[in-house]
Design a protein around this ligand. Sequence first.
Ligand SMILES: Nc1ncnc2c1ncn2[C@@H]1O[C@H](COP(=O)(O)OP(=O)(O)OP(=O)(O)O)[C@@H](O)[C@H]1O
Length: 299
Amino acid sequence: MYHVKLFLGRGNFVSLFASEGSLVLADVNLERILDSGEVSPRLDHIDFSLSPGEWVNIVGTNGSGKSTLARLLAGLTIDGIHGSWNRGFAGDRPMPYVMQTPDSQLFAETPRQEIRFALEWQGIPADEIIQRTELVLTHTGLLAIGEEPWNRLSGGQRQLAAVAAASAASAPLIVFDEATSMLDDQSCAEVMRLARTLHQQGTAVVWVTQRLQELEGGSRVVAMREGRIVFDGLGRDFLYGVDGAESHLLETNRTTPCQACGLRLPYLPALALELGRQGKLARPYPETATEWEQVLAEL
Ligand SMILES: Nc1ncnc2c1ncn2[C@@H]1O[C@H](COP(=O)(O)OP(=O)(O)OP(=O)(O)O)[C@@H](O)[C@H]1O
């Protein structure tokens, strides 16, 4: 860990503790002009740090600022942004950014071509490109459809090709912006598997999602509301409230951080909270399928 002091303009400084090489944003702001002519924040006093190799989930309702933050983390240009940042391990080049709909980011004609172009764009020597393309196709399970034109592939297969091309960059960070929201469950699981493999290999992952059932209890969740980060902590605390605060939570009828963001609790956390309310279940609440099976068998 080290200590960074960032100049914020107007004579203000902010001090943040960050792991060495972290990507750090400090008091980042972005405004937008509404149709009425009023000014409204798109990003509102954002302080955020991402360590090398870390996985962070970004959640929030529509229009809360998730994509804007994700684009900023990817190093894509956003006009009108104010504040301080140090891109740390992510460097100055734009990082791969996988969008919701694959068709808006595929520009070659087949998965093999798409990966080849991604490698060419990085400046990989021509004699390495063919071999590396085949390796990426193999590792992503796309070898059999490498030569298929997009119109013969499903949306899920096209999205996998987009992830494969993004992963070909071997970048230190990859941003998934609701990359699974248009996919069926199987394609969704395959895209998630690829993202997890990249993470296990050391790539930092920014995972923007509205599918709260994807959140793991021990993973980091950053929740946004009206351009602000309103929660930054563990998935289980986001879904259930902070441990120890539960009785207060129930007595006063306060909502969990998830509900306070205007998001609906997924079915299983909602069930766990309800069973807790009825005194039939105590913390720690089950998170995995096996833990749930045990709990249900004992009820
Ligand atoms: N290019 C832009 N110029 C001005 N305002 C924008 C622009 N893009 C988005 N906005 C506005 O900024 C706010 C945040 O948008 P953003 O897309 O970051 O939210 P989001 O949480 O990703 O929403 P969604 O889940 O609907 O994609 C919204 O009110 C949106 O209308």
